[in-house]
Design a protein around this ligand. Structure first.
Ligand code: FAD
Ligand code: 8R5
Length: 451
């Protein structure tokens, strides 16, 4: 291992802060450079309460860092999807078998601050207001914008946790092309808010992730612990109504909600103002052929593999990356070998969750209120009971287990074929040909190594 066990992290967002803890705990000397100011002093950039869904992969990484209890203190449990069809009764579809299989809505700002404080307490040196500008990979120095100045720091190796727009990635690409490709989604998003009711309580079921599926577009809402919900409208940028091109003003947004989300409209009193004030967010999948430059620099999290949000796994995957990199650095004799091993382990898994995230958009916006789909979900649960440890529902493999994403994707494809064939032309579980379905499961699926 590099004699001095010193490492320089670029970016003090979610992955950078967690990695700083994991490495400092293992005795590494850590310097972390973050472009923004210290959120614990200046308030979290953005100001609005933005929440994230935390699942088992992310929670497991937080346990490794000793941060899980603190983070869960302020989390809101989400037991399932609460689906609001345009016609018909809204209702909860559980994600798992019971309250041990749930996801958690947490505040990005609180999470980030908790992790930064813990990193500092383990001895990591945090340098705020330091935005990476250029890297000299011959002299091993990096320059940063620090207020009006440019400052230079020497480094042993750099880790890029500087997000989807990574500056380190751009500097690495000047030395060796990384084979970078960005696939922009032709849909974007807008954030809105459901405030508390007059008694200060949640206005709708708090312990759920709400979905208003509308075929080609949708709204979702995640609870915040201050009893608000962050609502996100996803729809195409351009083209047929509704699209962001066609729904520009607050009044047009109001008309869209009146027509397509009538039960949500009265919950969002500032719809007009927020629709006009908040920007349209863009969504993309970023793929690189290489994540590292010899033993000098490596990328992780969004900087290496930004993904669309529809499986709620961007942070969870970034946190899994941090644990994998910390472990590779412990067991491998050189930085170059550690970066190589990290990339070999994580790249196929990042590609798998990127693919599954794209597919989950169709599921959320179009399938969750469809009867053929619901029958397949029912069958998944029945097969899980009939074949424990062998047939595990897709959502559970991604969200409640830590099997590699690539393995989850491979097994989901096999399971989907079984589910599709078994439900063709049938309308209820009572019509299943159980001996045939069971035989297929035993033939196609091996038991999971751990389930
Ligand atoms: P970031 O958290 O983006 O951190 C990057 C950091 O680097 C930032 O602090 C930035 O200021 C800093 N930085 C940038 N450039 C420089 C520079 N030049 N020099 C120094 N510092 C720099 N994921 C989930 O798992 N579940 C969810 O429910 C979920 N919801 C999301 C909701 C929204 C609105 C968005 C936008 C994303 C969501 N994600 C979710 C994805 C998740 O936020 C990201 O995958 C995750 O934050 C990636 O962590 P990161 O550390 O790689 O990047
Ligand atoms: N990210 C999420 C899921 C899966 C829910 C399910 C989906 C907003 C920009 Cl779109 C989305 C999920 O399959 O029932 N879990 O967590 C988070 C999601 O979106 C986040 C809040 C988001 C980027 C805007």
């Amino acid at each position: 291992m590099a004699a001095d066990r010193h490492i320089t992290l670029i970016g003090g967002g979610l992955a950078g802060a967690l990695l700083a803890i994991l490495l400092a705990q293992r005795g590494w000397s850590v310097d972390l450079f973050e472009r923004r100011g210290d959120p614990r002093i200046e308030g979290y950039a953005g100001g609005r309460s933005i929440n994230l869904a935390l699942a088992e992969r992310g929670l497991h990484a937080l346990r490794q860092a000793g941060a899980d209890a603190e983070v869960l203190k302020q989390a809101v449990m989400m037991r399932g999807r609460f689906v609001h069809p345009l016609q018909g009764a809204p209702g909860l579809q559980r994600y798992g078998r019971d309250d041990s299989e749930v996801i958690w809505s947490i505040s990005r700002g609180e999470l980030n601050m908790t992790l930064l404080t813990l990193a500092e307490s383990h001895g990591a040196r945090l340098h705020f207001d330091h935005g990476l500008e250029t890297v000299d990979f011959v002299a091993n120095t990096a320059t940063f914008r620090h207020h009006a100045n440019t400052v230079t720091h020497p480094f042993t190796a750099l880790v890029g946790a500087d997000g989807a727009g990574s500056s380190l990635r751009a500097e690495m690409a000047k030395v060796q092309p990384l084979g970078e490709r960005t696939d922009w989604l032709d849909h974007g998003y807008k954030e809105l808010e459901i405030p508390p009711d007059v008694h200060g309580d949640f206005r709708i079921e708090p312990n759920a992730l709400h979905i208003w599926p509308r075929g080609h577009y949708m709204c979702i809402a995640l609870p915040n612990d201050e009893r608000t919900f962050t609502v996100t409208l996803f729809m195409p940028h351009k083209g047929d109504y509704p699209s962001f091109e066609q729904v520009r003003t607050g009044d047009e947004a109001w008309a869209l909600f009146q027509q397509d989300f009538p039960d949500a409209l009265p919950l969002i009193p500032q719809l007009r103002q927020h629709y006009e004030a908040h920007p349209v967010g863009t969504l993309a999948t970023l793929r690189l052929e290489r994540w590292h430059l010899q033993g000098r620099a490596v990328l992780l999290g969004d900087a290496a593999h930004a993904m669309v949000p529809f499986h709620g796994q961007g942070m969870n995957c970034a946190f899994e990356d941090c644990v994998a990199l910390a472990e590779a650095l412990e067991r491998t004799p050189s930085l170059a070998a550690a970066f190589e091993a990290f990339e070999a382990e994580r790249k196929p898994n990042a590609e798998a969750i990127q693919q599954m995230a794209l597919e989950n958009y169709i599921e959320m916006r179009d399938k969750v209120d469809d009867s053929a789909y619901l029958l397949q979900r029912e069958l998944e649960l029945a097969l899980q009971q009939r074949h424990p440890g062998r047939f595990v529902p897709h959502y559970a493999m991604v969200t409640f287990l830590r099997i590699p994403y690539a393995e989850a994707l491979r097994r989901s494809r096999l399971q989907d074929a079984i589910l599709h064939a078994a439900t063709q032309g049938r309308h209820a579980l009572s019509e299943m040909d159980w001996p045939a379905v069971d035989a297929k499961v035993l033939q196609v699926l091996q038991p999971l190594a751990f389930a």
